[in-house]
Design a protein around this ligand. Structure first.
Ligand SMILES: [Zn+2]
Ligand SMILES: [Zn+2]
Length: 229
C-alpha cells in the first residue's frame, strides 16, 4: 500500500531564523523531511505492543480485552530519536510530523462521533519541558483529522514513572487517572487515546480501564512507538 504523506507544516518565524535539520538525514529546513517520514512509515508493521506479536487486524486476536491499537513503529528506530528530541529537548516543531505519522497509521475512516484524548502528562514534566507533549500531539492530529480533542482524563496525583521498577510502575499507574469532572462522558462516542510510547503499557491500560469505568465502550489507541524489547 503506498503511503501518502501531506506536507502540512509551515515554517514559523523562529524556524526561518533558526532552520531545523532533519533528525534522519540532516537535510536543512525541517525537523523531519518527507523522505525520512516515508522511511519511518515503511518500517510500520501491524504490531501488538501488549503481547509483542505481529497481528493482521487492528484488534489483536490474543488480547481480547484490549481495544484496537495503532502504533507507528519500533522505538529503537528513527521514531525513538524523534520522540526523545520532542520530549526531552523540547523540539515542539516535531509535533506536526509526529501527528502526521500517527494520522497515517490510523484508519482513513474514523467514526464521525469521535474525540482525541491525550494521556495526561505529569504537571512537573509539563513544567520542566515547558509544554504538554501528548496534548500538543493531540491538537496537531485534531487539525489534520478534524476531530475534537477532549481532555476527559486528568492525572489523579503526581505519579512519577521514570526510575521506578516495572511492578511499582504498574501499581502506581492503576490509579493514575481520574475523569475530568467538567466533561460528561458520551457513551456512544469513540475515544481515541493518544500517547507517545508503550513501554510497560501501564499508562495506556490504566487510561483504558478508567474510560471503561464510565460506561464508554468504543476506544481506539494511537501510539507513536512500541518497545519491542
Ligand atoms: Zn530526512
Ligand atoms: Zn496482543
Amino acid at each position: 500500500m503506498p503511503f501518502i504523506v501531506k506536507n502540512t507544516s509551515f515554517p514559523s518565524f523562529s524556524d526561518l531564523l533558526f532552520p531545523y535539520s532533519c533528525r534522519g538525514c540532516e537535510h536543512l529546513g525541517t525537523p523531519l523531511c518527507e523522505h525520512c517520514k516515508k522511511y519511518i512509515l515503511s518500517t510500520h508493521i501491524d504490531y501488538c505492543p501488549n503481547c509483542k506479536t505481529k497481528k493482521t487486524k487492528s484488534k489483536c486476536p490474543n488480547c481480547h480485552d484490549l481495544p484496537p491499537i495503532y502504533v507507528v513503529s519500533d522505538r529503537n528506530g528513527l521514531i525513538g530519536k524523534l520522540i526523545h528530541d520532542y520530549k526531552y529537548n523540547s523540539v515542539r516543531a516535531l509535533s506536526q510530523p509526529l501527528a502526521e505519522l500517527l494520522s497515517e497509521v490510523l484508519p482513513k475512516d474514523l467514526p464521525k462521533n469521535a474525540f482525541l484524548v491525550p494521556i495526561p502528562t505529569a504537571t512537573h514534566h509539563i513544567r520542566s519541558r515547558g509544554f504538554d507533549h501528548t496534548l500538543l500531539l493531540a491538537k496537531r492530529l485534531s487539525r489534520i483529522r478534524n476531530i475534537k480533542t477532549k481532555p476527559i482524563l486528568l492525572r489523579a496525583k503526581n505519579t512519577v514513572q521514570v526510575g521506578s521498577n516495572r511492578s511499582e510502575r504498574l501499581s502506581k499507574a492503576a490509579n493514575a487517572y481520574e475523569i475530568n469532572p467538567k466533561i460528561i462522558p458520551e457513551k456512544d462516542a469513540t475515544y481515541i487515546l493518544i500517547d507517545d510510547v508503550w513501554t510497560t503499557g501501564a499508562s495506556v491500560l490504566s487510561a483504558i480501564s478508567k474510560l471503561q469505568s464510565t460506561g464508554i465502550k468504543n476506544i481506539i489507541v494511537a501510539l507513536l512507538a512500541y518497545s519491542s524489547n
